[in-house]
Design a protein around this ligand. Structure first.
Ligand code: PLP
Length: 394
């Protein structure tokens, strides 16, 4: 493809040129110290992005789904109960994986568009006096609906119930773009992938384990080989790896974690919040609504736009065919009811404006009552106000 537009799917995200170059490297001996110079800084960078002083970071040649499996197969045994809320396609897929592993899944059915109900988690955990529930699962940012959940509130719920369960958090579409606090939130396993906030191609499952989760690996009985963190930890001690690592991606991760830390994590989160707010203002100017049920749960990395009367998937197909631009389709229960504008990873206000403009053209082309420029203008006004204005400064 000779000309490339920015991507507006919620992962994989846009890859900065400098990152692409860091991934494109000659093969090296992954049993040499050269590999250690890539592996250890990459792991250390992830630990800092997770805001943890002590998490053990593991990098698998896999995707976020492999991270889910790493969390459960290393810490749980067949028949163990786990608690999970189902509020979108990704939380659905995670508990489906738990069921296929022979776990006893207690599901809190939640409207798609709502965040996780921490009070309901607390009730269930309080009534589990026998402590049958071994792990509490939460999807921080439900990519299918553009909904964030309050992870600190779930931590408080677990603590108020006095429950000893492990706490697993899917941060696949939040980590590196939205605030994530591994230590403060008492997370035991955090899961993500390389192709979202870390701005890399897909290919790495990235997980952080607490000391409590590592201790659980000693008694867990679920079968595991490829995702066994004990083999991974033993390898790391010798600059090595239990099998052939994806070295180029790790070299990219070493760079992107440093880029995030150099920008400053709070600045990164503020940038994503500002971009998202501009997108939300555009959506309001179009007279449309988010799938997210209330402003406090609206995600800063993906906006799911409801399209009553129009199949949202047609908008996505039209954007690809006519304008060479990618938005995300609705998944599962919301298939056809919305389209998604991804704004995570490598994204600027200027890039977002082009996505908003393209979405406007597509919706107008399909006969929706959208005034060209209305969303763009609303976002422009917001972005202008959010930046220092040279003429006002003079
Ligand atoms: N969890 C969330 C919240 C996601 O958005 C995704 C993918 O988009 C996944 C898990 C699965 O990750 P992967 O596709 O990298 O396996």
């Amino acid at each position: 493809m000779s000309h490339q537009n920015p991507l507006f799917i919620p992962g994989p995200t846009n890859i900065p040129e400098v990152v692409r170059k860091a991934c494109d490297m000659p093969s090296i001996d992954h049993r040499s110290s050269l590999f250690g110079d890539i592996l250890h800084p990459a792991r250390e960078g992830v630990r800092q992005v997770l805001k943890s002083n002590s998490a053990e970071v593991f990098l698998f040649p896999a995707s976020g789904t492999g991270g889910w499996e790493t969390a459960i197969c290393n810490t749980l045994s067949p028949g163990d109960a786990v608690l999970v809320a189902r509020n979108g396609m990704f939380s659905h897929r995670w508990f489906d994986m738990c069921q296929r592993h022979g776990l006893d899944v207690q599901i809190v059915e939640t409207r798609w568009g709502d965040g996780i109900d921490a009070a309901r988690y607390e009730e269930i955990l309080t009534s589990d006096t026998a402590h049958r529930i071994k792990a509490v699962l939460a999807t921080h940012n439900e990519t299918a609906t553009g909904v964030r959940s309050d992870i600190s509130a779930i931590r408080r719920a677990i603590d108020s119930a006095g429950h000893p369960a492990l706490f697993f958090v899917d941060g696949v579409s939040s980590i590196g773009s939205m605030d994530f606090r591994f230590d403060d939130w008492g997370v035991d396993v955090a899961v993500t992938g390389s192709q979202k906030g870390f701005m890399l191609p897909a290919g790495l499952a990235i997980v952080g384990f607490s000391a409590k989760a590592l201790a659980a690996t000693e008694t867990a009985k679920l079968p595991r080989t490829f995702f066994d963190v004990r083999d991974m930890a033993a390898g790391y001690a010798n600059n090595a790896y239990p099998y052939t690592p994806a070295v180029g991606l790790m070299n990219g991760l070493k760079l992107t974690t440093q880029m995030l830390l150099d920008e400053g994590l709070e600045n990164v989160f503020a940038r994503h919040h500002r971009i998202a707010e501009g997108v939300r203002r555009a959506i309001r100017a179009w007279g449309l609504e988010l799938c997210a049920a209330s402003p406090d749960v609206a995600s800063d990395t993906v906006s799911a736009v409801l399209t009553p009367g129009i199949n949202g998937t047609d908008i996505v197909a039209h954007a690809a065919e006519s304008y060479g631009t990618a938005f995300g389709v609705g998944l599962g229960e919301v298939a056809g009811k919305l389209f998604r504008i991804g704004h995570l990873g490598s994204m600027t206000d200027v890039m977002a404006l082009s996505g908003i403009a393209t979405a406007e053209m597509c919706m107008a082309d399909l006969g929706m009552n959208i005034r060209l420029g209305s969303g763009v203008a609303a976002a422009q006004e917001f972005y202008r106000q959010s930046h220092a204005h040279p003429q006002q400064d003079a």
